[in-house]
Design a protein around this ligand. Structure first.
Ligand SMILES: Nc1ncnc2c1ncn2[C@@H]1O[C@H](COP(=O)(O)OP(=O)(O)OP(=O)(O)O)[C@@H](O)[C@H]1O
Length: 368
């Protein structure tokens, strides 16, 4: 997939900006706060219907303005053009048009434009809360598996209903029978989600081992899917997973009624990352943790290509200031042989075949 052009208006600090990246590496450079990350955020919006920092739409609207717009065109590996147009105003909320057709559900667009980001703030995937790792795995799978995305949405709905029931003040007998029904529904969908995640991690980890070889360490990476089912890592049969889930909910029933929330399921699962069988969060250096994240993202690029047949667009936000030259140099070379890479930095990057875009020059050329 390739971004041909993007035009953004009233988006973060940009009043109006037009950007046409090259086909391989493009370096967006400019001073701190000039709006480099904002351009990547806008591209991410077009691919995944939201920015990558997890902010609300409203926070992307330029201060004092009423509406932001993003218009972009992409070309797939097979030459098919996709135009994405997004508008947001607090009054009318967000609207997304793909090839002039308004999307009824934003989720239907996920996967059309595969995209992988590398940003320093994503270190939280390694050392932050479990929700960050769940977000990583879910965003990855949703980009090539539509059923998984709809299962996730359905799971969230059932979970909300189940939590509402657990907190309700109804007659305990009414709660009890309704709980059985919701638990059955939850178990069925939770099993699907856990299975897809486990299969993803299994294949992803084997690919990660290959990618990891260029990191000058010779270390062996591994990832463990830590399920709230307990020690059943090697369980892959649907019936057995369902059975373990049911038993778990049976055991947890009194606790769930007391705490008024669902205490098992994929919404509580986590990933553990290891280097040479030692948990990264506890034992690896900052540099090793960063290199691990980079290797994971590079693996994801290859994984999404394999799964979707489309090379993802890669967005690198100022990562190099924090990586040593061997890792960052190899990474850009490797990624650029595979597709379009857009990198931000404060200094103009050195290297062959790079296209450049200076945010500062662009802005001063547009000022009256
Ligand atoms: N809603 C908004 N309206 C106007 N300006 C905003 C809004 N949100 C953020 N900004 C400002 O936009 C500017 C650009 O931010 P951005 O993160 O894109 O810069 P950057 O060039 O990537 O900076 P750095 O090199 O420091 O990472 C910042 O000064 C930020 O404070």
């Amino acid at each position: 997939m390739r971004l041909d052009s993007i035009s953004i208006a009233n988006f973060r600090n940009h009043t109006l900006l037009e950007f046409e990246p090259g086909h391989s590496i493009t370096n967006i450079y400019g001073r701190n706060g000039s709006g480099k990350t904002s351009i990547l955020e806008a591209i991410h919006y077009c691919a995944l219907t939201r920015g990558f920092s997890g902010n609300n739409d409203r926070e992307y609207l330029k201060f004092g303005e009423e509406l932001f717009t993003i218009r972009s065109s992409f070309t797939s590996g097979q030459g098919i053009a996709t135009k994405v147009s997004i508008t947001y105003s607090p009054k009318r909320e967000k609207r997304i048009l793909v090839n002039e057709q308004e999307l009824q559900t934003f989720s239907s667009h996920i996967g059309t434009i595969p995209c992988v980001t590398f940003t320093p703030r994503e270190m939280v995937i390694i050392n932050g809360a479990p929700a960050e790792r769940r977000r990583f795995i879910d965003t990855a799978i949703c980009q090539y598996d539509r059923k998984y995305l709809s299962d996730l949405l359905l799971y969230r709905r059932i979970l909300q209903q189940r939590n509402a029931l657990l907190s309700s003040e109804q007659d305990p007998r009414v709660i009890d029978s309704a709980l059985d029904v919701l638990t059955d529904q939850l178990v069925a969908i939770a099993t699907e989600i856990v299975l897809v995640r486990k299969r993803f991690i299994e294949h992803f980890t084997s690919m990660l081992g290959g990618v990891y070889q260029w990191i000058p360490e010779g270390a062996e990476p591994s990832i463990l899917y830590q399920s709230s089912l307990g020690h059943h890592e090697n369980l892959y049969e649907k019936d057995k997973i369902q059975q373990v889930f049911r038993e778990r909910f049976e055991t947890l029933k009194q606790q769930e009624l007391q705490r008024r929330q669902t205490l098992a399921g994929p919404h509580r699962d986590d990933l553990q990352f290891y280097l040479n069988k030692r948990e990264i969060r506890k034992y690896a250096s900052q540099g090793q943790q960063r290199a691990f994240l980079v290797a994971m993202k590079m693996t994801l690029q290859g994984y999404l290509y394999e799964a979707s047949g489309e090379i993802p667009i890669t967005l690198l936000d100022d990562l190099f200031s924090e990586l040593d030259e061997v890792v960052s140099g190899t990474m850009v070379e490797t990624l650029a042989t595979k597709g379009q890479v857009i990198i931000t930095s404060t200094e103009k990057k050195k290297g062959k075949g790079i296209s450049f875009f200076s945010v500062d020059d662009y802005k001063s050329s547009k000022e009256p």
